[in-house]
Design a protein around this ligand. Structure first.
Ligand SMILES: *Cc1c(COP(=O)(O)O)cnc(C)c1O
Length: 382
């Protein structure tokens, strides 16, 4: 048996929607399917306004531009994230300030946000790791107290909740991804949620994504021609990609339930190894959260042990994976004066984390095989 790490899931309706999009001849941005998808997200996740983008990276860039981050401003974020979170800040001349994570959820630790906050801090970018929500109550309390903007990196957090609200809708803005590696896919794709009641911010967002023009106001009939009003770029996805995404979002509950089945199976069969000491941790979903089951991970006692398990799984045709190399100790991070040892929990997690295969079409038989191979390894003491 061969178990890949990830496999793109198609609902079966994609070709029909793509064909329809081709026939509509509106392939550029903001066409029929772009509107369908953004309306669906606004309705299902109760978001004030959703703007579809070409990626979460671009949604993050837009959010940082809209916040007005400039040279000398600091933005607090975890080091345990994808480089896009930090790139968005650097591209506007701001400085990413890396905070430590909580060892149970691997999400940013609010206590360390307070420690890293100073008079230069302008914003916080919490990252919802694996679709499990950050402690948004504490983060928003800090943001209110120090007047900071909150931009959620919910790239992995589509259709997941913290308390009664969806991820990406707690902060001023939220960023989502539909990259092939995520739960709902258009190959490359993303969205920006605008949650604040600020018409001028929305207008600016629409101008930024339309190459810095007020074309959107022109389409709405508010101006009689459109012209250059902002520093912008082209962040609109082709309608063809949104036609591909549409059936995936229509089936998002089914996709989530399939992933939950595998996730719960892993948890049930592997949590016992915490007691035997074979593992130090595994995916934990706090009571305040409903996950979208984006991933399932194990934490080992040492990097050596993690790498050995990874190799043994591979020998048995199972693709597992580690995850982020911390941003602070990477080549770029060291250029801002960070070094190894600065964020010990982040570094330990990065060295000892192993993600197990998890995808929508995975069967219990596949998951059973992964557990069986792990059982054999753990019983031998690895
Ligand atoms: C995947 C991911 C991104 C980037 O998403 P793209 O849509 O590929 O740009 C950013 N942040 C996090 C936390 C991610 O997991």
């Amino acid at each position: 048996m061969k178990v890949p790490f990830n496999k793109i899931y198609y609902t079966g309706e994609e070709l029909a929607y793509i064909k329809d999009a081709l026939e509509r001849k509106e392939l550029s941005g903001d066409g029929y399917y772009t509107q369908q998808v953004s309306k669906l997200m606004e309705r299902c996740f109760r978001i004030k306004r959703v703007l579809m983008t070409t990626s979460a990276s671009h949604a993050l860039e837009m959010a940082v531009m809209l916040t007005g981050i400039k040279e000398g401003d600091e933005v607090i974020m975890p080091s345990f994230t994808f480089p896009s979170t930090a790139n968005a800040v650097l591209r506007q001349g701001g400085r990413p300030v890396f905070a430590e994570i909580d060892k149970n959820t691997l999400n940013i630790d609010p206590a360390d946000i307070i420690k890293k906050n100073n008079h230069k801090t302008r914003a916080i970018i919490p990252v919802h790791y694996g679709g499990v929500g950050c402690d948004m109550d504490s983060i928003l309390e800090i943001a209110r107290k120090y007047k900071l903007t909150v931009i959620e990196d919910a790239a992995q957090g589509v259709n997941a909740r913290y308390k009664d609200r969806y991820l990406g809708t707690w902060g001023d803005m939220g960023c989502y991804s539909f990259h092939s590696s995520k739960n709902y896919v258009s190959g490359e794709g993303g969205a920006l949620a605008i949650n604040c009641n600020n018409e001028s911010l929305l207008e600016r967002a629409e101008a930024i994504m339309e190459k810095g023009t007020d074309r959107k106001r022109f389409i709405k009939g508010l101006v009689d021609r459109y012209s250059w009003v902002e520093i912008g770029s082209s962040f609109l996805p082709s309608d063809l990609l949104m036609a591909l995404l549409y059936p995936q979002l229509k089936k998002m509950e089914y996709i989530k339930s399939r992933r939950k089945t595998i996730h719960d199976y892993y948890f049930k069969h592997l949590q016992g190894y915490l007691k035997t000491g074979m593992i130090e941790g595994l995916t934990i979903i706090p009571e305040s959260c409903e996950s979208n089951y984006h991933l399932f991970y194990l934490l080992f006692n040492s990097e050596k042990m993690r790498n050995k398990v990874l190799r043994e799984l591979k020998k048995n045709d199972i693709s597992a994976a580690f995850h982020y190399t911390p941003l602070h100790s990477s080549k770029m991070g060291r250029q801002f004066g960070y070094q190894s040892g600065d964020l010990p929990i982040t570094e330990k997690v990065s060295q000892t984390l192993l993600r197990l295969p998890l995808y929508t079409e995975m069967s219990l038989e596949d998951a059973g095989y992964v557990v069986k191979v792990l059982d054999r390894l753990f019983k031998q003491g690895c």
